[in-house]
Design a binder for this molecule. Structure first.
Ligand code: PHE
Length: 446
């Protein structure tokens, strides 16, 4: 226990948590979700869900990890010895392996686009930009090589450990990320005819809201805040008892949400200024943006900046994913950090290769109608993450005694929250979150 690596500063924890949360989910998935769900109304629902539902889940996952001071598998065994709760760890580990496998493929595309932007390869012909993306994702070697580079970079950062790797890099990379995305956002809103995009983001039209909008907002919140997959549990296990879990979680959620909204401001006004449909979907970042960058003043510089931001955001998220796996191997298999990193890099490379090839030569390998990439994406976000989240709140709300829960939340009384707020947290963990998550899961599965 003594030689377990841990975070050294509260700011470091916060930036590492935010580094995990802020990722492709914010820059690529959020704008496209907002685009396909009618804009501002979706954002308002998303904010509500983050505040009342996602936060209790995050607190639960966080306190359990900190209490266990162990990896996701061993941790549950420690929290509930001799019970079936250990299975939660297995679900989370599987979920993490699936996410990082397809995440690394998109991370690889990001590296490729960063290099393309550096060599000024974007033209203003939309057909060329379109085929540039399709050619890349469907070819064999190029995406595989970049995916491998992405995984190796992630592994190298993790070799340095928690405080000298994750914490140190997050402290440098996260502020840089905010500054860069703000520069792009400022530029985007000053484009001629960008007003429509700003209006789309901030003027709600509730007539477009359906039940599916709520489901999309919930799924987006889980993915974006990295909850339910064991990441918060694992980082929580590196946190000392004196840290304020409630405030760290809230600050992480605020940073993540703020970043998503700024990313929306960076992307939507530009999309509107060029008369492109906001509901373009997953191609928004890789197809629409290069087309826009090719036509605006300083576009080539902004393109480099944007793909660099995307790369950094993806890396700080993937280190958190890989750490869940590495922590498990170090503690349960008694391997060194180096060996654990090497083995997990090999495993992720193999699984990621299937995801990558499923966009091209293996596109006819379908599991229940979806290619491997989509199966990994859908299974992790729609089934395993909600299942993980549900398990965390059930454990924290029903298995822990009420006074233990209150002690964990307040770090043994160091932090005094007003009694009604504490009770609100407790009831949301015990009833609100499990019921709502079950509803989403059941409707999601249909
Ligand atoms: N939150 C990350 C993103 O938005 C993805 C992620 C999910 C990271 C789960 C860790 C765990 O890109």
């Amino acid at each position: 226990m003594e030689n377990r690596d841990s975070f050294v500063s509260s700011l470091g924890i916060l930036l590492a948590m935010a580094g995990s949360a802020v990722g492709l989910g914010n820059l690529w998935r959020f704008p496209y979700m907002v685009g396909t769900n009618g804009g501002a109304a979706f954002i308002i629902i998303y904010l509500l869900i983050v505040a009342v539902l996602a936060l209790p889940i995050m607190y639960s996952e966080f306190i359990l990890g900190r209490k266990a001071q162990s990896n996701i598998i061993g941790g549950f065994r420690k929290l509930a010895p001799g019970t079936r709760w250990g299975f939660v760890g297995v679900i989370c580990l599987l979920c993490t392996v699936m996410i990082i496998s397809f995440y690394s493929v998109v991370g690889g595309w990001t590296i490729d686009y960063l290099l393309k932007s550096l060599t000024l390869s974007f033209t203003s012909s939309d057909a060329e930009i379109d085929s540039m993306f399709t050619d890349l994702v469907s070819s064999v070697w190029q995406p595989l090589i970049y995916m491998f580079i992405f995984i190796v970079v992630t592994g190298c950062i993790l070799l340095a450990g928690v405080k000298d790797g994750i914490e140190k890099y997050s402290k440098i990379l996260m502020p840089l990320l905010f500054v860069m995305v703000i520069i792009i956002a400022v530029h985007s809103v000053t484009l001629p005819n960008s007003g429509g995009g700003v209006e789309f983001l901030f003027k709600p039209d509730f007539s477009l809201v359906t039940a599916a909008t709520f489901l999309d907002a919930l799924g987006q919140a889980f993915f974006s805040l990295s909850i339910g997959a064991g990441m918060v549990f694992t980082y929580g296990s590196y946190v000392k008892r004196k840290e304020n879990i409630v405030s760290l979680s809230a600050q992480t959620a605020i940073m993540d949400t703020l970043f998503a909204v700024i990313a929306g401001v960076a992307i939507m006004p530009a999309v509107f200024a060029f008369g492109i449909s906001p509901s373009e979907g997953p191609g928004l970042v890789f197809v629409t943006l290069p087309y826009i960058f090719a036509q605006i003043p300083y576009g080539s510089i902004l393109a480099i900046l944007f793909f660099f931001v995307l790369f950094i955001a993806a890396i700080t998220s993937s280190i958190s994913l890989l750490e869940v796996i590495v922590a498990y191997m170090i503690e349960e298999w008694k391997l060194s950090r180096k060996t654990s990193v090497i083995i997990s890099v090999i495993v992720i490379t193999i699984l990621g290769s299937f995801c990558s090839l499923s966009q091209g030569v293996m596109s006819d390998v379908l599991i229940m109608g979806s290619n491997i990439f989509d199966v990994f994406d859908i299974t992790s976000a729609n089934i395993l993450m909600p299942l993980g989240a549900l398990s965390f709140v059930l454990f924290a709300g029903w298995k822990l005694k009420k006074e233990d829960f209150m002690n964990e939340i307040s770090s043994d009384g160091i932090y005094k929250f007003c009694p009604s707020f504490r009770l609100f947290i407790y009831w949301s963990v015990k009833y609100l979150a499990p019921i709502t998550v079950s509803v989403i899961m059941i409707s999601g599965l249909f």
